[in-house]
Write a protein that binds this ligand. Structure first.
Ligand SMILES: C[S@@+](CC[C@H](N)C(=O)[O-])C[C@H]1O[C@@H](n2cnc3c(N)ncnc32)[C@H](O)[C@@H]1O
Length: 117
């Protein structure tokens, strides 16, 4: 990656979208089920990437909002999800509109005080 700045690096995943989709492992379905609260139906998968975790959430029959800032990553997300452009710091959904939020291997790219709010 040619950029040095953290703010630019964290939003530069799109250049590797194809390799990412092809080479990155998925998540065990039982582990994903275990993370969700009882009765959850609508889930936000934040920093969804190419949809490794999004696909698992869909397999569980959930209504999934997949938020991802990199256009090339978003293009690979499953059509069965509601795919939205956004970041953890500017989530494009109303407050209290989902039952759970998942983040798969991406929290380290967030600005925690802003994202947690
Ligand atoms: C390591 S990938 C993980 C993708 C996916 N969750 C998975 O498990 O395959 C990290 C993702 O975080 C996204 N990302 C980076 N900074 C972000 C931010 N501030 N808000 C939301 N997503 C961000 C990147 O575009 C990238 O798609």
């Amino acid at each position: 990656m040619a950029v040095d700045n953290w703010s630019e690096r964290r939003l530069a995943f799109g250049t590797a979208a194809a390799d990412y989709a092809a080479g990155r492992p998925s998540y065990p379905l039982d582990a994903v089920r275990w993370t969700l609260p009882e009765g959850a139906r609508t889930v936000l998968d934040l920093a969804a990437g190419t949809g490794k975790l999004t696909e698992r959430l869909l397999e569980l029959g959930l209504d999934v909002y997949a938020v991802e800032p990199a256009a090339e990553m978003r293009a690979a997300l499953p059509a069965a999800a509601h795919v939205l452009d956004g970041t953890a710091e500017a989530i494009p959904l109303p407050d209290v509109s989902v039952d759970a939020v998942t983040v798969g291997q991406a929290y380290h790219w967030f600005d925690p005080p802003v994202a947690l709010a």
